[in-house]
Structure formats: structure tokens, C-alpha cells
Design a protein around this ligand. Structure first.
Ligand SMILES: CC(=O)CC(=O)O
Length: 656
């Protein structure tokens, strides 16, 4: 499927524009103008914009009279000082207005489906909240979860939030040390843990892992065992002196809704983690109020989800997309949770669920869509996907061919939202809006409230140099309420500053390359810390992958430039053969000449190595920077935690 970047693939018709939630919001605001005018206002008048989001969505909480933002330059700003709120109250408000609507639809790879209505969800959250309270959990305590993407995770999260306690989750495919690296930093008092899970047709017993994790968390008062269907028959193992079952939590409660603890706007809601190049994963704390406002805006105005919609995103509990997915409850939609492999029993598994469940908004990783394109899957021919209105993609830049495949093989009328943001803000900065057309490889807009610019990396001192139609560092030049309220255990905020503010003082540097187009759209080129700099020509790795992975013989690839501090290094390309293919000299030489003609002669690799696999995090990101460090001599175990990788052993193939 050959398509050039920028080719027009979809335009919203009048019906789409008039019916879009953002149009209703704009009408309510009484502001005329196009999307670009609205975006400009949203980032220049933070006070007016975020106030409007609170009021328009009728956020439940107590809004103090003071200003929306106070303080100095980022990160020393505060939001809605004096206001109080609780995330769980806002998510469960729909139990009163639409009690019989399905809130959660749990689907798994074995074909089981479990619907839970808003009324049932509120009751379950009330029960678990009472149970946690009885275990001594209160405001500010941490509750950690080692759970798959099942309803118990959402219930546990809402129960934790209702108490003003702080949530943190890891997926059970994380290894023990990866989990301990994360949870030990936040000293949880309760651990919710599954005894096992199924993935790709196999069962995995996690009871020994849970015992080891619990032993490494000295502040733990109890482990709550959530039994998977696989292991329930074996009974619970006492993994901690206080081990209780999920079912026993709050069993004597007859509350229909939890008792909510209202907390200050910036009170910690959860801790997410982002792995840097060194040290332990950064424990990123986001607040109740910031997340409620950001997710209402993001899901309603950009993704266009509402109470009649069915929202799905393939994710585990260890990726921020889980947290954003759960935000579907804030807008009253049905949230589909999928537990298992996206390719079991076959590569069409998720599309089958989409058809069966009438999914209206279907999100996956870019890698999932490009794999579908490569395998020439034709979901729209196999299933009735007529309910589908939005297809989301994230995790890495979606190449133009992936865009084209969605419009050709999934649905000609869907809004494709290739979104880009990250764990650090638990949302997207860039993506789509139902008012703007979609062009191949282009993210149509900067999202409301996200003042994204591209800065010239050669000008790190004020006045900085914003670029248009040139590739620069993706920066955010105005604060957003979902930016971290702090990093855990970082009292002087030095870790927080170092993570985002040490390149352009007072400006959030995200670590991606981006080009802002004159029409307001954006193209993301991958991580700026894994740039390929050949003879001064900088290129994001996404350009490279687009060419390499366009080869039918190649299933996956990873490229690394070992250059350092201005000194030119070697350009190494690792390629994984597609099933049944051998990468012989003829293919490799065709690859070299294609890279030469499509990229530049400077981007022909010094070496191409065939490997068994590309190391990826459990949320699908390629380990470009850690591999670079391995190639420069670091020990693989010092640069990456194998427990947080899909296929830990492949790392060894990258030793120099
Ligand atoms: C929204 C995102 O940016 C998700 C991710 O890539 O982690």
C-alpha cells in the first residue's frame, strides 16, 4: 500500500462536524472561529479554558473562588488552589443517571464476556472501598495492584481513589524485580494481586511471584488475592501473613455507592512509571483534579466519546493507556477491558471483539495496525464494524501506510486518531479532532490546552527559537493540569526538573522530535534521545522504520546510532525476518539501496545484523536507548529490567 505522507484520507462531512461533541462545546462557549482559533485561545487563556472545562462538564467538586493557575514558571505552578474533588465520585456519577448502562465489559482471549452495569460497579466499589478502609487504608496511603486488565483492577482503583488513597498498578507479566523496582519506591500498604493469568492460550501461575513481591514490600499490611478462573480451583496460597480474598473485602457492606473522601485538586490520584536511561523507573504522580479535567477534555472533545459509546483500547494495567481508558467512565461510556493476547486465537481477535461488542471507539498500538497492514488483514470484510466511528493508534508514530490501511481495510468513514503524548501527562498532546481532515502520517492538531511547539535544539537559552515546518524538539510551553504534581520521593523536585526542564529552562521538553506544519498538524519522528545524526543530518528513527519495515521479508527492526557528544559513531540496523523468510545477501543489498535512495546515502547502515527479536517494553516500545548503551559497552542488566520486557532474552543478542 503505497501512500505519500500528507495524502488526504478522510474529511469530516457536515453531519460529523455538527454532531461532534466539540461543536456542542464551542456553541456553549459562544466562540466563533475554526479549530485553530479555539486551540490558540485554549493555550493563551488557561484561566478561561480550564474554567470552561470544569463548568461545561459540570465537574463534581467544590470550586474555590481563586485563580485557576498560580505560581511561577513550570514546574512551580499550582492548579485550582483551595478547590476539592474526588475522581471516583465523578466516574461513578453515572450510576445515578444511567444505572443499567453497562459500565465495564470484560472480554478475554478465551471468549468470556462479563458485563457490569454502572449500578453494579458503584456497589462493588463501595464494597471494596469499605474493605480497604477496614484494612486501615486511608487518605494518602498507597494501594498497589498486580492485576491484568480485568474489572477488579478498575474497581480496586476507584475504591482506592474514593478513599483519597493512591493507586499504582503493574501487569502480571511484569517480572518480580520490575515490579519491586516500581512498588518498593512508593511503599504500598495493600497489594491486590492475581494468582495467575492466561496469555496466548497458556496459563501462567503467579503465586510465587506475588510471594516474592510481597516479601519485598515491608510496609504491606495485607495482600488481597484476586483469583483468576485458572487458579481458583487450587485455593489461595498464603503469600503474606494477612492474606484475604477479594470476595471477603467489605462483604458486610450494603452501601450502593462508596463514601467519598474529598481531597484537594492536586491530591495524588495515582503513580505511573516511566523508565529513563538510568536508575529506577521515575514514579510520576498525577492529581485527582488534573486528571478529571484532562480526561474529560481529551475523551469527549478529541476522541468524541460520550454516554452512548463503547470505548476500547488494547492495553495492560502497566501502561498509561489503561488509566486513560478508565477515564471513559468519566464521560459515562461503556469501557471494554480486554485480558489476553491481541493475537489469540488469531490476528483478528480484537476486531472480532469490536464487532461483537459494538465498539464505537477502538484503540490499539501503532505496531498492531502496521502488523495488520503487513499481514494484509481485512477486518471490514470479515466482520460487521458498522458501529465503529474512531480508530486510535499510539505507542509510536504510525507510518502513512498504517493510516492508509485503516481507511482501506477497517472503515472509510472512521476518524483515525493517531495520538502522541505519554505517561508523563497521561494523555495526548497531539492527535485528531472530528472537525479536521486526516492526512497520511500527520496528526491533525495540537490538542486543546496543550501548547505544543517545536524548538530548535541549537538554541537552548531564551529567547528560544520555535520552528514551523522544520523538525525540532517537542516542547510544551504552557502548563497542563495533568502534568505531574510531583515525583514520589523527590522532595526538592530535582528529579522532576531534570526529567523535563533541564534543556529549555521553564519549558517542558518531552523528548520527541516533531514538525509542526503550517496548517497546525504535526508529524512525530520518534524519541529525540535516539536520533540518528549522520554528518549533521538528524533523523528520527520512525523514518528509518518506515522504509525497513516496508519490506515484506522483515517483521521488525531496530536502528541505533552509536555517535556520542558530536562524534560520529556507527549506524547499526537490526532486522528480524518475517515468518518463513531468510534475509539473504540479495535482500540485504536491496535494503541498503532502498535506504540510500529513500533516506540518504548517509543513512545506509554501517552494519545490518539479523536478530531473533527486537527488545520491547510490555507496552510495545522499542528499547532504542538501552540498546545503544549496550552497544557502547554497558551491561544489559544495568540498562534494562528484563522483567519489564516482552522477550527478555533477546537483549543479549545486542551485545557488541
Ligand atoms: C498517548 C501516548 O503517547 C501513549 C504512549 O505512547 O505511551
Amino acid at each position: 500500500m503505497d501512500v505519500t505522507e500528507g495524502a488526504l484520507l478522510w474529511s469530516p462531512n457536515d453531519q460529523v462536524k455538527v454532531g461532534a461533541r466539540i461543536t456542542a462545546y464551542q456553541r456553549w462557549l459562544g466562540r466563533d472561529g475554526d479549530y485553530d482559533d479555539l486551540w490558540r485561545w485554549s493555550v493563551d487563556d488557561l484561566e478561561g479554558f480550564w474554567n470552561s472545562i470544569w463548568t461545561y462538564f459540570d465537574v463534581l467538586g467544590t470550586r474555590a473562588d481563586g485563580p485557576v493557575v498560580t505560581g511561577g514558571e513550570m514546574p512551580d505552578v499550582h492548579w485550582f488552589a483551595g478547590s476539592t474533588i474526588n475522581y471516583a465520585r465523578n466516574a461513578l456519577r453515572h450510576a445515578r443517571t444511567q444505572p443499567d448502562r453497562v459500565a465495564l465489559l470484560a472480554a478475554d482471549e478465551s471468549g468470556n464476556r462479563r458485563p457490569i452495569t454502572y449500578r453494579e460497579l458503584a456497589r462493588e466499589v463501595a464494597r471494596v472501598s469499605a474493605g480497604l478502609r477496614a484494612l486501615g487504608v486511608g487518605r494518602g496511603d498507597r494501594v498497589a495492584a498486580y492485576l491484568p486488565n480485568v474489572p477488579e483492577a478498575v474497581i480496586g482503583f476507584l475504591a482506592t481513589a474514593s478513599l483519597g488513597a493512591i493507586w499504582s498498578s503493574c501487569s502480571p507479566d511484569f517480572g518480580v524485580s520490575a515490579v519491586v523496582d516500581r512498588f518498593a519506591q512508593i511503599e504500598p500498604v495493600v497489594l491486590l494481586a492475581v494468582d495467575g493469568y492466561r496469555y496466548n492460550g497458556r496459563s501462567f501461575d503467579r503465586r510465587d511471584a506475588v510471594t516474592s513481591i510481597a516479601a519485598a514490600l515491608p510496609n504491606l499490611r495485607a495482600v488481597v488475592q484476586v483469583q483468576s478462573d485458572d487458579y481458583a480451583v487450587r485455593g489461595t496460597a498464603a503469600v503474606h501473613p494477612t492474606t484475604v480474598t477479594w470476595a471477603s473485602l467489605g462483604a458486610d457492606t450494603d452501601l450502593q455507592e462508596p463514601e467519598y473522601t474529598d481531597v484537594p485538586f492536586e491530591h495524588p490520584l495515582w503513580v505511573l512509571y516511566s523508565s529513563g536511561t538510568t536508575g529506577l523507573p521515575k514514579p510520576i504522580v498525577q492529581g485527582h483534579g488534573g486528571i478529571v479535567l484532562e480526561h474529560l477534555k481529551e475523551l469527549s472533545l478529541h476522541v468524541d466519546v460520550g454516554p452512548d459509546d463503547v470505548l476500547f483500547w488494547f492495553t495492560t494495567t502497566g501502561w498509561m493507556m489503561w488509566n486513560l481508558l478508565v477515564g471513559g467512565l468519566l464521560v459515562g461510556s461503556t469501557v471494554v477491558l480486554y485480558d489476553g493476547s491481541p493475537a489469540h486465537p488469531d490476528p483478528l481477535a480484537l476486531w472480532r471483539v469490536a464487532a461483537e461488542a459494538g465498539i464505537t471507539h477502538f484503540g490499539v498500538s501503532a505496531a498492531f495496525l502496521t502488523a495488520g497492514a503487513k499481514q494484509d488483514l481485512r477486518p471490514a470484510e470479515e466482520f460487521d464494524l458498522s458501529a465503529l466511528r474512531f480508530v486510535g493508534s499510539t505507542g509510536s508514530p504510525l507510518p502513512p501506510e498504517g493510516f492508509a490501511w485503516v481507511y482501506e481495510r477497517v472503515g472509510a468513514d472512521v476518524l483515525l486518531g493517531s495520538i502522541s503524548g505519554g505517561t508523563d501527562v497521561c494523555t495526548a498532546f497531539l492527535g485528531s479532532v472530528p472537525l479536521l481532515p486526516v492526512h497520511a502520517g500527520v496528526l491533525p492538531c495540537r490538542h486543546l490546552g496543550a501548547k505544543v511547539e517545536a524548538y530548535d535544539p541549537a538554541v537552548p537559552d531564551p529567547p528560544f527559537r520555535p520552528l514551523i515546518d522544520e523538525v525540532g524538539e517537542l516542547v510544551v510551553t504552557a502548563p497542563m493540569p495533568s502534568m505531574p504534581v510531583m515525583f514520589w520521593n523527590d522532595p526538592d523536585r530535582s528529579r522532576y526538573r531534570e526529567a523535563y526542564f533541564d534543556v529549555f529552562p521553564g519549558v517542558w521538553r518531552h523528548g520527541d522530535w516533531v514538525r509542526i506544519r503550517p496548517d497546525g498538524g504535526a508529524v512525530v519522528y520518534g524519541r529525540s534521545d535516539s536520533t540518528l545524526n549522520r554528518g549533521g543530518v538528524r533523523m528520527g528513527t520512525a523514518d528509518f522504520y518506515r522504509v525497513v519495515e516496508g519490506f515484506g521479508e522483515i517483521a521488525d527492526s531496530l536502528v541505533v546510532d552509536t555517535g556520542h557528544l558530536g562524534a560520529e559513531g556507527r549506524l547499526l540496523l537490526f532486522v528480524v525476518p518475517a515468518a518463513g523468510e531468510t534475509l539473504d545477501d540479495a535482500v540485504i543489498s536491496r535494503l541498503r539501496s532502498t535506504l540510500r535512495s529513500e533516506l540518504s546515502p548517509r543513512h545506509v547502515p554501517d552494519e545490518i545484523r539479523v536478530v531473533r527479536g527486537v527488545p520491547r517494553t510490555l507496552s510495545g516500545k522499542k528499547l532504542e536507548v538501552p540498546v545503544r548503551r549496550i552497544l557502547l559497552g554497558a551491561d544489559p542488566d544495568q540498562v534494562a529490567n528484563r522483567g519489564a520486557l516482552v522477550d527478555p532474552d533477546v537483549l543479549d543478542e545486542y551485545r557488541p
